[in-house]
Design a protein around this ligand. Structure first.
Ligand code: NAD
Length: 479
C-alpha cells in the first residue's frame, strides 16, 4: 500500500540532530561541565550489522541496528522497530530519547533502541521468526542483550509475538540463566509478561492528556476550558499506542472526532467509536468507508488539520513540520509517537499559543510498565501474589467489626468493593497512573518556575539532564 504522506516518505536523517538541538537548548538552563553534558548527549555504542535470511528460492540480506545511548544506569532499555524506513540516525535518536524518558519517569535504566529494516507485511510469519531469532543471536554474540545489559521491548511494527521469539532464543542460548526471561519486556502473559503492558503506552498518553487539561491556569492561557470531558481529539495511527490512547481518552470523557491511518483519515464532530473503527479496518483493510464518518480524506495528512482541541500523533516521527504546522487547529499536541513534531514546528505552535506534551514524557507509560515486568521477572513472583489474600482477610475483619459496632450491614457490592485485595493489573495501573501524574507536575514545576524555559519539552530535558548528571557524579565519573 502506498504511503500518501509526503513527509513520511522522505529519509529523515536529522532526527538525532533534532534531539541534540533540543538537548543543547535545555543544557543552558543547567550548570554542568561541558564534558559531562557531552557524555550525556552522545551515543555510547552503535552496533550496525547485516545478516542473510532465506526468502523464497533465494536469500536476502537484512540491515539491522542496536544502539545503547547511555549506560549511566544498567540495563539499557528500548524497543525494536521493524520498518523499511529505519536508518542509523533514527535508531540513535530513539535511543537518546529513551535515556531522557527513563530519567523523566524515574525508571532506573539507560536508553537504547533497535531497528530492523524490513516491511513486516512483505514477510511470512516463518520469515519474521527467522529474522527475529537471527537478530537476537547477533545481539547475544556481541553482548548487546541480557537482563542486566540491554533489554529490548516492542516498538513500531513489533509486538508480543516478536518479544516471545527473542525471549525463547535468549533462554535457549543461555541455559540455566535464572533471570533469562528478564532479557526482554512486552512478552505475552504466558511467557512471564505482565498484565497491562499491551495498553500501557496508550493509557499513559491518555493520563498525561487528562492531567494536562486539568490544570485550570494552563488551560486559561491557551483558551480551553479545564477538564477532559468533551475535549475533541484527533489521533494519528491506530496501532498499539494510537488505538489505546483513543480508547482511554474516550473512556475519560473526551470525544474522538478524527482518526488517521496510512491509507486515509475519517472525521465526525459528534464522535467516532474507536473499537468499531478498529474492527472495520480489520475487516476491510482500510479506515475509509466507515459508516459512522461524516468526512473522509484519502490524503491521510489532511486528517491532522481538521478542527479539534487535542491532536495525538501516534504513528511515526516528523509528521508535524514547518510545512503543515500553520494548518493545525489543535491547541494541544500530545506526542504519542517519538519525535512527531520538528523543532521549527514546535516554536511556531507555541508562538500561536499552543502547548505540546512532549514524547519523552507522554509515551513513557510503556517503559514504566516494562520496568514493572522486568522487576517481576527478576523477583519470579507476580505482583499481588504475596499480599492479596492478606489484604482481603484484614479488610474483612475490619468490615465485620464496623458492622458489629454500628449494627449497619453493607450491601454485597459495598462489601466486596471494600474487601477486595489488589490484583496484578490494578497494581500495575496504579503504579503507571502515579508515575504519569507525578512526572507531569515535576516537568510543569520546572516550566513554570524558570522564567526563560519556554516549552514543556525544554523543562523535561532540564529535569532529565540534572538526574543523569547526578548518576554520573554518583558513579564517581565526574567530581
Ligand atoms: P504500531 O506498529 O503498533 O502502530 C503504528 C500505526 O501507525 C500503524 O497502524 C500504522 O499503519 C500507522 N501509520 C504509519 N504511518 C502512518 C501515517 N503516515 N499516517 C497515519 N498512520 C500511520 O506502532 P506503535 O507501537 O503504536 O508505535 C507508534 C509510535 O509510538 C512510534 O513512534 C513508537 O516509537 C512510539 N512508541 C511506542 C511504544 C510502544 O509501547 N509500542 C512506546 C513508546 C513510544
Amino acid at each position: 500500500m502506498a504511503n500518501n504522506n509526503p513527509i513520511a516518505n522522505q529519509e529523515n536523517l536529522h532526527f538525532f540532530g533534532d534531539v541534540c538541538k533540543n538537548f543543547d537548548y535545555a543544557a543552558q538552563f543547567t550548570h554542568h561541565d561541558a564534558g559531562l553534558l557531552d557524555q550525556i548527549k552522545s551515543c555510547n555504542s552503535v552496533y550496525r550489522f547485516r545478516f542473510p535470511i532465506r526468502k523464497g528460492d533465494g536469500f536476502e540480506v537484512i540491515d539491522a541496528w542496536r544502539v545503547e545511548h547511555s549506560q549511566h544506569q544498567s540495563p539499557t532499555k528500548g524497543g525494536i522497530r521493524y520498518s523499511e524506513m529505519v536508518n542509523e540516525d533514527e535508531v540513535m535518536a530513539l535511543a537518546a530519547l529513551m535515556t531522557y524518558k527513563c530519567a523523566i519517569v524515574n525508571v532506573p535504566f539507560g536508553g537504547a533502541k533497535g531497528g530492523i529494516r524490513i516491511n513486516p507485511k512483505n514477510y511470512t510469519v516463518q520469515e519474521l521468526e527467522n529474522i527475529t531469532r537471527r537478530y537476537t543471536v547477533e545481539l547475544i554474540k556481541k553482548n548487546f542483550i541480557g537482563p542486566s545489559i540491554d533489554v529490548p521491548a516492542p516498538d513500531y511494527g513489533s509486538g508480543e509475538r516478536e518479544m516471545s521469539w527473542i525471549a525463547d532464543t535468549y533462554a535457549t542460548m543461555n541455559p540455566g540463566q535464572l533471570d533469562a526471561m528478564g532479557c526482554v519486556t512486552g512478552k505475552p502473559i504466558a511467557l512471564q509478561g505482565i498484565q497491562g503492558r499491551r495498553e500501557a503506552t496508550g493509557r499513559g498518553v491518555a493520563i498525561a492528556v487528562r492531567e494536562c487539561v486539568s490544570v485550570v491556569e494552563d488551560m486559561k492561557k491557551i483558551g480551553l476550558q479545564p477538564g477532559i470531558n468533551g475535549k475533541r481529539v484527533i489521533v494519528q495511527g491506530l496501532g498499539n499506542v494510537g488505538f489505546h490512547t483513543a480508547k482511554f481518552l474516550a473512556e475519560f470523557g473526551a470525544v474522538i472526532v478524527g482518526l488517521c491511518e496510512f491509507e486515509g483519515a475519517i472525521y465526525n464532530e459528534d464522535g467516532l467509536d474507536v473499537e468499531s473503527v478498529f474492527q472495520h479496518r480489520k475487516e476491510t483493510g482500510s479506515i475509509l468507508g466507515y459508516k459512522g464518518a461524516k468526512k473522509e480524506f484519502t490524503n491521510s495528512h489532511l486528517g491532522l488539520e481538521q478542527d479539534c482541541d487535542i491532536l495525538v500523533p501516534a504513528a511515526l516521527e516528523n509528521q508535524i513540520t514547518a510545512a503543515n504546522i500553520n494548518n493545525i487547529k489543535a491547541k494541544i499536541i500530545a506526542e504519542g509517537a517519538n519525535g512527531p513534531t520538528s523543532p521549527e514546528a514546535e516554536s511556531v505552535f507555541y508562538s500561536k499559543g499552543g502547548l505540546i506534551i512532549p514524547d519523552m514524557y507522554a509515551n513513557a507509560g510503556g517503559v514504566t510498565v516494562s520496568y514493572f515486568e522486568w522487576l517481576k521477572n527478576l523477583s519470579h513472583v507476580a505482583f499481588g501474589r504475596m499480599n492479596r489474600r492478606f489484604e482481603e482477610t484484614a479488610n474483612t475483619n475490619l468490615v465485620n467489626m464496623v458492622e458489629g459496632i454500628t449494627g449497619v450491614a453493607l450491601s454485597p457490592l459495598q462489601r466486596s468493593t471494600i474487601i477486595k485485595g489488589a490484583s496484578e493489573l490494578e497494581l500495575v495501573n496504579s503504579g503507571l497512573e502515579d508515575t504519569m501524574i507525578r512526572s507531569y507536575h515535576e516537568i510543569r514545576e520546572t516550566f513554570k518556575n524558570t522564567e526563560k524555559i519556554d516549552t514543556l519539552r525544554t523543562a523535561a530535558f532540564v529535569g532529565a539532564i540534572n538526574k543523569i548528571a547526578v548518576s554520573y557524579k554518583n558513579l564517581g565519573v565526574w567530581p
